[in-house]
Design a protein around this ligand. Structure first.
Ligand code: PLP
Length: 465
């Protein structure tokens, strides 16, 4: 594993060579691509921002974003297949800009103790579209804060403090989020002790089953493994006996999809042991997987659902913690007493974003374009030995690159090479876990645009290795 040396002189592990902001390939790419203006801005950025892995120093600098495109200072355009999962409706949607402007003119802020029409309308809308009866909500500015609220609600409602979550998961950068998260990069290092009682179990990653069971073309062989990953959640809930909640992403954004029946088994285990089930749908919610919520594929309703990212339409920061009414049990305390808890402008942005998603049929588009893309990815796998596994749902797609299909040795070097080759041809995506090319385009993308992007990927895979 490579390391980034932070300012305090401690070694912080990099998540992956492909995403590292210090790799040699990246240095070569930026040296070739940056013009004087870009170089100066990136240097200024690195001068004034705290350095952190996979973020600062930056790769390059942007001037505009529109639809599925981002554009750098030199006018180079890239299809944005990353977008931090905020860009479901595409960048700069005109209707959203209008709605935000109108809201700014009328009521730009509401101090605490006052409500307003947009925040109530958004709460009602979320209650209307969410699965089950999740009808009590708190808004926060970012996803990590919304995770904190979920953890506090779970503690207050159950009188317990322990959690069970999954290694390799991500739930945000706050102390609570980092504690229940399972990515080493966000947990270890110089920040010190995390929340007590945060237990972790091995995740569902069937292509690389942590329990050692073999997969069949990326899919689990349930007759062999008997879903040990779900059984182990039950085991821990039973042994501990006082767990407040299981918290997880119903579909991992890597991506990794659960084996069929996984969440139903975990839901049952939670019910049997008095633990709540919290689904973090910050990246997957609002249509990314071809359903409004990823948990709808599993026919499982959580007790608490957390949304964020795309909720602000790729323009403003807003997240939400949605709970079933029975969890509204801490009215005498302040659970999520945030300054922008009832910001009318961010609420208007979220409300309009959901309306755009519904009225433009973006969930259906994600399902349709996504399933065609998955077929094409399968074809890429058939033709490129480098591709070990292809997986995804809707427009949450990924290709895992391996040095050798038998040993499944991760091809981190090749993944990084493909990343920069694709950037050179106008396609931007991120690598996850070092060797997974993760593709999350806006849900507005057309079949033709997706084909164009996959043609680029095809050529880059051919050149890499
Ligand atoms: C699954 C998941 N949970 C939580 C978060 C944290 O959200 P935010 O960065 O808005 O705090 C993220 C962000 O990437 C995420 O992907």
């Amino acid at each position: 594993m490579t390391t980034d040396r932070d300012r305090a002189g401690q070694d912080v592990p990099s998540q992956s060579e492909g995403e590292s902001n210090t790799s040699e390939r990246r240095r070569r790419w930026t040296a070739a691509i940056h013009d004087a203006e870009t170089r100066a801005l990136v240097e200024q950025d690195a001068r004034y921002f705290l350095h952190q892995s996979i973020s600062t120093p930056c790769l390059s600098a942007l001037r505009r974003a529109e639809g599925i495109w981002i554009e750098d200072l030199a006018g180079r355009r890239y299809m944005d297949f990353h977008g931090n999962n905020v860009h479901h409706i595409g960048y700069g949607h005109p209707r959203l800009k209008e709605a935000i402007k109108a809201q700014l003119d009328e009521l730009p802020f509401a101090p605490r103790r006052f409500t307003s029409e947009p925040v109530v309308a958004l709460a009602r809308k979320l209650a209307g579209i969410s699965p089950g009866a999740l009808s009590k909500v708190l808004f926060t500015t970012g996803g990590s804060d919304a995770i904190e609220v979920a953890l506090k609600v779970a503690r207050a409602a159950t009188g317990r403090h322990k959690t069970v979550s999954f290694w390799d998961s991500f739930h945000g950068a706050s102390f609570g989020g980092a504690s229940v998260g399972g990515e080493q990069l966000f947990r270890s290092g110089p920040v010190g002790p995390l929340l007590p009682g945060s237990e972790h179990v091995a995740p569902f990653t069937c292509y690389r089953c942590p329990y050692g069971y073999p997969d069949r073309d990326g899919r689990p062989q349930l007759e062999l493994c008997h879903m040990t990953c779900a059984n182990f959640v039950r085991y821990v809930l039973e042994k501990e006996g006082d767990v407040a909640a299981v918290i997880a992403e119903p579909a991992r954004a890597v991506p990794y999809l659960p084996p069929p029946g996984f969440w139903q088994a975990v839901r049952q285990a939670c019910d049997d042991h008095g633990a709540l089930l919290i689904f973090d749908e910050i990246p997957t919610g609002l249509g990314r997987t071809g359903r409004m919520f990823a948990c709808e594929h599993e026919a499982v309703v959580p007790d608490i659902l957390v949304l964020g990212k795309a909720l602000g339409g790729g323009m403003l920061p807003i997240a939400a913690t949605l709970c079933r009414p029975g969890l509204d049990a801490a009215g005498a305390w302040a659970l999520g007493h945030y300054t922008h808890e009832k910001n009318p402008v961010t609420a208007r942005a979220a409300l309009t974003t959901i309306e755009i998603i519904e009225q433009e049929g973006l969930v259906e588009n994600a399902a349709e374009v996504g399933s065609r893309a998955l077929e094409r990815l399968q074809d890429l796998k058939d033709r490129h030995r480098l591709v070990g596994d292809v997986r995804g749902r809707g427009l949450l797609l990924g290709l895992e690159l391996v040095v050798d299909r038998e040993s499944k040795e991760p091809a981190g070097e090749a993944a990084e090479q493909v990343l920069y080759l694709a950037l050179d041809r106008g396609l931007s995506f991120k690598t996850t876990m070092g060797n997974v090319l993760t593709l999350t385009p806006p849900l507005t993308i057309s079949v033709a645009e997706m084909d164009w992007a996959l043609d680029i990927l095809d050529r880059c895979l051919g050149e890499a290795g």
